[in-house]
Design a protein around this ligand. Structure first.
Ligand SMILES: C[S@@+](CC[C@H](N)C(=O)[O-])C[C@H]1O[C@@H](n2cnc3c(N)ncnc32)[C@H](O)[C@@H]1O
Length: 461
């Protein structure tokens, strides 16, 4: 039954709240008259007065109006557009505490889906960064115009206002510099900029990716159509003013969609790929290929995968959701055979080239869905000893999980960027005879609410 206050609370009303924990999106979570409330900007341990932003049947969304009792871990966010941008959610929380809260987010997810064994699971301390800034190797900023000035940024939190970002503190400086200079070039040449509201104009997004070890930068201009007026001058200016840009591409996306990339990519200048190095492996990266966004933490993440997989040289390994083959190649030295698959054909082309370059003949890569290819291999009589999965935020497809259960590899190593879907899939695997041996959170995205995990499962008995 609804209490009187619950029934009456409406958008714009204020209410007091004690924050109990951090939510999966970095919000402070508390209870107002037994109804759960998510308050952006509030921290665990704080007592706040919140303003209701949305009132739903089962929960309230709010923002901080006043802090009555402040967390000892609250810090001043260094970014000038932190409040408007929404790209980071935790800059107002001290970094060492972010690591503790991220571990807690993982714990909450496991408590939800594995209630009966949650108290027996050990979740290790989050592996953090020594220097948790300037870690992102890729930026994807929407282009727009503000009073005739070319701007590039992200759409603000809960708004459709483009927030201009000139010096993003979590981006590698090379990505900031290239985006800034490209904005100037577009403005100098008066090249048509996309207007989302009117659905007119040409340049839509500036994508940059830098190789941390090589310093090479790839620039991709996402456009609504193939023709860009003054295209040759544009390319020449980029090459003249930005010698670090070794690869220039154009991708066409004329659709009304939140997806950044369209299907067609054109090569405009320099190489088609950039090179990046992780440990003693080097990789070629195409414009659309997935590559981990924080190379410094990726090495730590993959070392955790290696530890969990504990290969002895005799195992057949699946690298499911393989991207450009990075995890499989990290393990290849110690494996008898690696088979990887991904739905993006360019990623698989890169993975094949990367395996060849390192002379890993035991690693083969296939275009297709994990949930279709793995059952096919099993039906053909190929049985893996270790399955590594690294799915998108939605988690593993149920058919893939069922195939894993059927084929009974001695080990599953699950790399996840979403604790909720991880814990749900872990609940299923655990109910089918796979014991959880270790849960290791890794901070791939300092100052955001994201947390990555490596979980080792072993077949019981
Ligand atoms: C989180 S990324 C992991 C990539 C890689 N393991 C790495 O560490 O760089 C997830 C990958 O899954 C791919 N993907 C998405 N759905 C898929 C599916 N059903 N089957 C296979 N790959 C899929 C995406 O293209 C993306 O490369």
């Amino acid at each position: 039954m609804k209490t009187k206050e619950q029934a009456q609370l409406k958008v714009g009303d204020t209410f007091p709240l004690t924050i109990k924990r951090l939510g999966i999106n970095g919000e402070g979570v508390g209870y107002f008259k037994r109804k759960v409330a998510f308050v952006y900007g509030a921290l665990p341990g704080e007592e706040v007065v919140a303003t209701a932003v949305k009132v739903h049947e089962k929960f309230i969304e709010g923002k901080v109006k006043k802090i009555r009792k402040k967390s000892a871990h609250r810090v001043a966010p260094p970014c000038p557009v932190y409040e408007q941008c929404g790209g980071c959610q935790l800059q107002h929380l001290a970094y060492d505490q972010q690591l503790k809260e991220k571990r807690d987010i993982v714990k909450q997810a496991f408590e939800k889906y594995l209630k009966h064994i949650a108290d027996k699971l050990t979740i290790k301390e989050t592996i953090g960064m020594e220097e948790p800034w300037q870690y992102r190797n890729k930026s994807q900023l929407q282009v727009g115009k503000e009073k005739e000035k070319v701007i590039a940024g992200l759409y603000g939190l809960n708004s459709h206002q483009l927030v201009d970002i000139s010096e993003c503190a979590i981006q590698h400086p090379a990505t900031n510099k290239v985006t800034q200079t490209v904005k100037t070039i577009l403005s100098d040449l008066n090249i048509s900029i996309y207007n989302e509201r009117k659905r007119s104009g040409i340049i839509r997004t500036i994508v940059t990716r830098v190789g941390f070890e090589t310093g090479q930068v790839q620039l991709v201009l996402i456009t609504t159509q193939k023709d860009i007026p003054k295209k040759n001058i544009l390319i020449r200016e980029v090459q003249k003013r930005l010698p670090e840009v070794t690869s220039i591409l154009q991708n066409i996306n004329g659709e009304k969609t939140s997806l950044i990339f369209g299907d067609k990519t054109l090569h405009l200048g320099g190489e088609e790929v950039i090179q990046e190095t992780l440990g003693d492996l080097s990789f070629e990266l195409s414009a659309r290929a997935f590559f981990q966004l924080n190379p410094i933490q990726t090495v730590k993440l993959y070392d955790e995968v290696k530890k969990a997989a504990a290969l002895t040289g005799t195992e057949k390994v699946v690298d499911a959701y393989c991207g450009v083959g990075t995890i499989g190649l990290w393990l290849a030295k110690d494996a008898a055979e690696i088979r990887g698959m991904d739905v993006i054909p360019e990623s698989i082309d890169d993975a094949k080239k990367n395996a060849k370059k390192h002379n890993f003949q035991q690693a083969t890569y296939f275009v297709g869905k994990a949930e279709q290819l793995m059952p096919k291999w099993v039906n053909e009589g190929w049985k893996p000893d270790v399955v590594v999965v690294d799915p998108p935020r939605t988690g593993c497809d149920q058919k893939l999980l069922e195939t894993i259960v059927k084929v009974k590899p001695k080990k599953v190593v699950y790399v996840s960027c979403n604790p909720s879907t991880l814990a749900k899939d872990a609940g299923y695997l655990s109910s089918k005879g796979f014991g959880i041996k270790s849960i290791q959170p890794v901070d791939m995205f300092p100052h955001t609410a994201h947390v990555e995990c490596v979980v080792e499962f072993s077949l019981k008995g």
